[in-house]
Design a protein. Structure first.
Length: 75
């Protein structure tokens, strides 16, 4: 952006734009009807931590995972 402002202040912007060949077509738009939302928008935030139960439940890194997840009571 700063480079563009500098070119404009030097009077070179229009000269450079004349040499620029960009198609005038607009980017494709996405219809709101084509986007499907889940019934429960918060469902993507749900997580399952199978490592807390079996077969890794006694490993040290699982204790750290429990603490991070706030599940210390399940130990």
């Amino acid at each position: 952006m700063a480079n563009m402002l500098c070119i404009r202040e030097n009077g070179e912007l229009l000269k450079r734009l004349e040499n620029c060949h960009v198609s005038a077509s607009s980017p494709p738009t996405v219809s709101l009807n084509s986007i499907s939302l889940p019934e429960d928008p918060g469902s993507w935030m749900q997580a399952h931590l199978p490592a807390l139960t079996w077969p890794h439940s006694k490993r040290p890194w699982v204790d750290v995972l429990r603490e991070v997840a706030g599940l210390r009571a399940l130990a």
